[in-house]
Design a binder for this molecule. Structure first.
Ligand code: SF4
Length: 430
C-alpha cells in the first residue's frame, strides 16, 4: 500500500523524499514519533482506566495529537517538536495515573525476594502487565491446589501487598518476552497472556496458551471476561503436576515509596563517598546480540555504585547477587516500565535534597528501547530536560537524521558504545 499523497512511498516506512504533498521527512519523522508515543501512552492509560483512573487532560491530548498525525494537518517543525515533547509530559501523567491506580488497589509495593522455577503441583503462568487479571486468577484459584507464577513484566506483582498475600502466588518462571517460545514450551502448564509483548505461539504450547482482555491471537483460546477463568483453571487441573525446578531467586518491589524512605541514608552515603554514582539500567529487552551491552555494563558497574532497574531488560542481570552498600541493596528493581515514574520521583527527591539540578546528580540513565512504551518514556525524560541519556541497542529508525541531530544537540542524547568507555564517561558526569 502506498502513501495516499505521492503514491511513490510505502505507507509506514517513512518518507525519504519530499513528495508532492510537500511534507518533509522531518515532519514525517516527528509524526511517526508522536504516533508511537501515543500507542505507549494509550497502553498505560488503558491499564489505569481498568482500575477506574482517568484524566481528562490525557484523553484530550490523545485526541489532539492523533488529529495532528493526519495527512496535511501540521507542516510546522517547531509546532510538531512542541507536540512531541508534550507527549512526554502527558506520558508522565499517564504513568502517575497508573501508579495511583496500582497502589490504591493493591497497596504500596514492598521489597520482596521471589523464587524462580516451579514447585510440585498444577500451575498457571501469567505474563504481561495487567495486575487485575492476575488478581482475578488468584481469587478464582484459591484453595484449588493450583500454583500461580509470574513471567516477564508480571514479576513486580509480587511486591504489592494485596497480591502477595495469596500464598499460591509462589514465584516467577522465565524472563523477558523474546525467550517466551522456549520458556512457555518448557513450563508445561497453561499460560495467561494479559497484554502486549506476546509472540505467535509455537505448536508445543498453543493449546495451553490463553489470551484475555486487550490481547488476542488467532487460533488461541480467548477468555472473554476475567470474572470467569474456568477454562484456564480446568486446563491446569487437567495437565496436573509440574515438576520441581529451582532456578534461583530475584528481588523486586523497590517502589519510590520505600526507596524514598531510604533517602536520608542514601544522602548520608553519597555525602560520605560510600555511594559514588547511581546507574539506571533498564527498559525493554529484545533478541539482538548487541543488547548484551546492558548486562556487561551492569556487571562492570563499580562496587561503590547503585543500579536501579525496571522493565523486562532487567532479566539480563537481575538473577545475580550485587551485594549491598551499608545495608542498601546495590540492585534496586523498581518494577514495570511504567514504574519509570518511581525513578523520576527518586531522582527529583535527591536533586531537591542536594539543591541541585537533576542533571548535576551523580546519576546516569542507560535505556534499552524496543516498543512504543519505551518511546513514550524516552519523551518523558526529554520533556524533563534530562541530558546525557544513553540509548540502545540502535537508534530508532523513525528518527530522521535531522530530528536525531536536534535531540542530540539539545539533550546530549548518546547511543550506547563500548561499555568500558561509556562507564568512564558516565562516572565523569558525561
Ligand atoms: S518492558 Fe517493553 S518489551 Fe518488555 S514486556 Fe514491557 S513493553 Fe514489552
Amino acid at each position: 500500500m502506498f502513501c495516499n499523497q505521492c503514491e511513490q512511498t510505502a505507507q509506514g516506512t517513512g518518507c525519504t523524499i519530499k513528495g508532492v504533498c510537500g511534507k518533509s521527512p522531518d515532519i514525517q519523522s516527528l509524526q511517526e514519533t508522536l504516533l508511537f508515543a501515543l500507542k505507549g501512552i494509550g497502553a498505560y492509560a488503558y491499564h489505569a482506566r481498568q482500575m477506574g483512573e482517568r484524566e481528562e487532560e490525557v484523553d484530550a491530548f490523545m485526541h489532539e495529537a492523533m488529529f495532528k498525525t493526519l495527512t496535511n494537518v501540521d507542516f510546522s517543525i517547531d509546532d510538531m517538536i512542541a507536540t512531541v515533547l508534550a507527549a512526554g509530559r502527558i506520558n508522565l501523567k499517564a504513568m502517575e495515573m497508573l501508579d495511583r491506580a496500582n497502589t490504591k488497589t493493591y497497596g504500596d509495593p514492598v521489597p520482596v525476594k521471589v523464587q524462580s522455577g516451579t514447585v510440585n503441583g498444577p500451575g498457571i503462568l501469567v505474563t504481561g502487565h495487567d495486575l487485575p487479571d492476575l488478581e482475578e486468577l488468584l481469587k478464582q484459584t484459591e484453595g484449588k491446589g493450583i500454583n500461580i507464577y509470574t513471567h516477564g513484566e508480571m514479576l513486580p506483582a509480587h511486591g504489592y501487598p494485596k497480591l502477595k498475600k495469596y500464598k499460591h502466588l509462589v514465584g516467577n518462571y522465565g524472563s523477558a518476552w523474546q525467550k517466551q517460545k522456549r520458556e512457555f514450551a518448557e513450563f508445561g502448564g497453561p499460560i495467561l497472556a494479559t497484554s502486549n509483548c506476546i509472540q505467535i505461539p509455537g505448536d508445543e504450547y498453543r493449546d495451553r496458551l490463553f489470551t484475555i482482555g486487550i490481547t488476542a491471537i488467532d487460533g488461541v483460546q480467548h477468555i472473554k471476561s476475567r470474572k470467569d477463568m474456568s477454562a484456564i483453571i480446568n486446563r491446569a487441573l487437567e495437565i496436573g503436576n509440574l515438576p520441581e525446578r529451582n532456578v534461583g531467586a530475584m528481588t523486586t518491589g523497590f517502589h519510590h515509596t520505600n526507596v524514598l524512605a531510604l533517602a536520608p541514608k542514601l544522602i548520608e552515603l553519597i555525602n560520605a563517598g560510600k555511594i559514588k554514582h547511581i546507574f539506571l539500567i533498564g527498559g525493554c529487552d529484545g533478541a539482538k546480540a548487541s543488547r548484551n551491552y546492558f548486562n556487561i555494563l551492569a556487571e562492570k558497574v563499580p562496587r561503590d555504585c547503585l543500579i536501579i532497574t525496571l522493565a523486562c531488560g532487567k532479566y539480563r542481570f537481575n538473577d545475580r547477587d550485587f551485594g549491598d552498600i551499608d545495608g542498601i541493596p546495590r540492585l534496586l528493581d523498581l518494577g514495570q516500565c511504567n514504574n519509570s515514574y518511581s525513578a523520576i520521583l527518586v531522582a527529583a527527591a535527591l536533586a531537591d535534597a542536594f539543591k541541585i539540578d537533576l542533571n548535576k546528580l551523580p546519576l546516569s540513565l542507560v535505556v534499552s528501547w524496543y516498543e512504543q512504551k519505551a518511546v513514550a518514556v524516552l519523551l518523558t525524560l526529554l520533556h524533563l530536560g534530562i541530558r546525557n541519556i544513553r540509548l540502545g541497542p540502535s537508534p530508532p529508525a523513525f528518527l530522521s537524521p535531522n530530528v536525531m541531530a536536534v535531540i542530540q544537540e539539545k539533550y546530549a542524547l548518546k547511543l550506547i558504545g563500548d561499555p568500558d568507555e561509556d562507564l568512564r564517561e558516565m562516572l565523569a558526569g558525561r
